[in-house]
Design a protein around this ligand. Sequence first.
Ligand code: C5P
Length: 221
Amino acid sequence: RPHGVLAGKRILVTAGGTREPLDPVRYLGNRSSGKMGYAIAEAAALRGAEVILVSGSTGLNPPRGVLVKMVETAEEMRQAVLAEYAACDVVIKAAAVADYRPKEIAEHKIKKTGETLTLVLEKNPDILRELGALKRHQILVGFAAETQDLLGNAQEKLAKKNLDMIVANDVTLPGAGFNADTNIVKLIYRDGSVEELEQMPKKRVAEIVLDRICDLLTKRG
Ligand code: C5P
């Protein structure tokens, strides 16, 4: 493996899911475990990169040799990521960011009154799309967790968010996606090429993703 390429490179990884508060005791969250992003952060640090991990809440221990910044909401993640972006060589966005958040956060615990309760949500910023628009020298890698039309949806995200590579996984397959220790992914590039990987541990997916990023960095020169 080309370990040397990442030595001294500044790599930002996001991982885990965001939590969007509803009232002082409740939030809207998702099933992201953080395992994929943490595996990438740890592997990059072992290759000599300077790694910053911006993480939503997970049950995971912080990887060794990585600077961890814990965040809760998408907006907090956005602030943390934007603060680091200019100085980064590579950004890998493995986090599951909430697309919507409660429009209002109740000051007090919402009471059990009516038979139904309607929540009004408003759109969160798309952090990766913003990074794509601001991109200069950075290699930008996204993830796409899909339940249908995996390739089509992922290719559209790659284009819309101006990414260099997207890691697509069908979260409905057993042995893939949220909380699993293995994943089944396709790596998709700007030139339209697709690399299909078999089911493998997330730690191994992390190594291959980093290998491909090394290739992209080398090609860029
Ligand atoms: O949510 P979506 O499927 O569009 O996510 C694709 C990529 O965009 C992921 O890498 C995710 O981390 C990123 N994303 C983001 N901000 C959002 C939504 C998604 O950075 N609000």
